[in-house]
Design a protein around this ligand. Structure first.
Ligand code: AHR
Length: 514
């Protein structure tokens, strides 16, 4: 059996996790809104049309912040279409997903839904087809108490108190040619800084994220971040990152190694942001908002394919069905985010319901948990606290990850991926939480952890997600096919913890002071 030795100390921390690290994303895309979170007439819907079965699953999943309304959708969105009496709202062609947008759900409904789900709303503004003027009006509509045309309009619409939305994204993936009115870095930098200035003049408490690259494989990656931050450095708190990993090759080992490229991506963006700071001799540190991340490849479609389908309302698109293997890779991404808690201060799993999502629904029918639901729930539940530096000694494997997305096709070598990928979090009550991924597909992994600075520890909970069949999925008919079970054996002797991890398994362990 392979062995792994881990050393950690309560005093040696990477950083505290920001509650916003555990966010997700709702886009007007497919059945994420319509038939997902919002379905008037569904047997479980409340008087506002919010599906209670979905709300229950969202609370169990544990996201903390929710990005809205896109995504690609936002680059053509007129936010004014989604407010006021529903019967008077316009139907529009959505050029991001070649759908018809009925606008029966908009900003106010989203904020109400967030309150019901107990999550913080995060809004993105349209810097594609629109500019700083529309963005500042939206801030005024949402956050200004009253006495002006936009704020009084909100009150007239039935929302007397300001929404007090703090976190704002300055557009979405503006480097991507697929985006409506994509921009060069300099064009975007100029628009973003002017929008940022006006938005903050209206509400100085807001926090702003500039768009980074749509992915690490974009040809402009690096230069884009540098130019955008040269323009926006003094006016934003965050730069965004997006990553979707894939298994186009049918190479499970490469898929499971891919989260290590996300570690590299984060380090690179931090280096660029800090280089911009250094040129200014500035002590300010730009933080990272990883506001789209997931596994996604089976349901990607070309624009030509979408055009052929006409202009449906809420079509069942991007409904990726996640396997056991995907859940493992997804868990690796959770570990990556935790291990950069010092700089990644917000992150959004893309997306929440039906569209590349942890929660699936049938329109008019049931809701259930996809495989990736489970690692996310562990990540959110056990990830709160101080993430610890860990020294991990174990065998590594080499992989060659292929990513044909973006505009450069290439292989990304990962020469030494440790079989054990791990995050350790010291919580505020003196406990130690461990998230452990065994990336060895064939062998069990015997893990011995020497913890220091905790005193004697006792086991509160240990769970494992695994399946003999790595292609196993959860469906409406078999919603529990892939579900956590007890992890055994776990032995604890003071601060020494011994675990045996099954091959290809995700493991979540909670230890409390004895
Ligand atoms: O999450 C799906 C899409 O992926 C988003 O709309 C876009 O921002 C990204 O390319």
């Amino acid at each position: 059996m392979r062995q792994a030795h881990v050393l950690l100390d309560r005093d040696f921390t990477i950083g505290d996790t920001d509650p916003r690290l555990f966010g997700a994303f709702v886009e007007h895309l497919g059945r994420c809104v319509y038939g997902g979170i919002f379905e008037p007439g569904h047997p479980s819907a409340d008087e506002r049309g919010f599906r209670r079965d979905v709300l229950d699953l969202v609370r169990e999943l544990g996201p903390t912040i929710m990005r809205y309304p896109g995504g690609n959708f936002v680059s053509g969105y007129n936010w004014e279409d989604g407010i006021g009496p529903i019967a008077q709202r316009p139907r529009r062609l959505d050029l991001a997903w070649f759908s018809t947008e009925p606008n029966t759900f908009g900003t106010n409904e989203f904020v109400d839904w967030c309150r019901a789900a107990q999550v913080e709303p995060m809004l993105a503004v349209n810097l594609g087809t629109r500019d700083g003027d529309a963005a500042r009006n939206l801030v005024e509509y949402c956050n200004h108490p009253g006495g002006t045309a936009w704020s009084e309009l909100r009150r007239q619409h039935g929302w007397d108190q300001p929404h007090d939305i703090r976190f704002w994204c300055l557009g979405n993936e503006m480097d991507g040619p697929w985006q409506m009115e994509s921009k060069t870095a300099a064009e975007y930098g100029r628009i973003a800084v002017e929008a940022a200035k006006m938005m903050r003049w209206i509400d100085p408490r807001i926090e702003l994220a500039a768009c980074g690259s749509s992915g690490r494989n974009m040809p402009t990656f690096g230069a884009w971040e540098e130019t955008v931050l040269e323009h926006t450095f003094d006016h934003v708190e965050y730069i965004s990152l997006h990553t979707y990993i894939n298994d186009y090759q049918g190479d499970t080992r490469a898929l499971l190694a891919a989260p290590d490229l996300m570690d590299r991506f984060i380090d690179e963006v931090v280096a660029i942001a800090d280089a911009v700071a250094a040129k200014r001799r500035s002590p300010k540190r730009i933080m990272l908002s990883f506001d789209e991340w997931n596994v996604w490849y089976r349901t990607r479609r070309t624009r030509a394919a979408r055009v052929k389908e006409g202009w449906p309302v809420a079509p069942p698109i991007l409904e990726e069905i996640y396997s056991m293997q995907d859940a493992l890779a997804f868990g690796g991404m959770c570990i990556t985010l935790l291990n950069h808690a010092d700089r990644v201060k917000a992150a959004c799993l893309a997306q929440l319901v039906n569209v590349i999502a942890p929660i699936m629904t049938e329109t008019g029918g049931a809701a259930w948990r996809q495989t990736i639901f489970h690692p996310f729930a562990d990540f959110s539940r056990l990830g709160r606290g101080s993430v610890l530096r860990t020294r991990v000694e174990c065998d590594t494997f080499a992989a060659n990850y292929y990513d044909p997305r973006g505009t450069i096709d290439q292989y990304f070598p990962i020469p030494a991926a440790p079989h054990l990928k791990l995050a350790a979090v010291a919580d505020a009550r003196g406990g130690l939480n461990l998230l452990l991924l065994n990336r060895d597909l064939q062998g069990e992994l015997s893990v011995e952890i020497s913890a220091r600075g905790f005193g004697a520890l006792a086991l509160a909970q240990a769970q494992q997600l695994r399946h003999d069949d790595l292609t196993a999925c959860n469906t409406a008919a078999a919603p529990q096919r892939v579900a956590p079970a007890a992890l055994k054996p776990v032995s604890i002797d003071g601060e020494r913890i011994r675990l045996t991890l099954a091959p290809a398994s995700w493991n979540a362990v909670q230890l409390v002071p004895a």
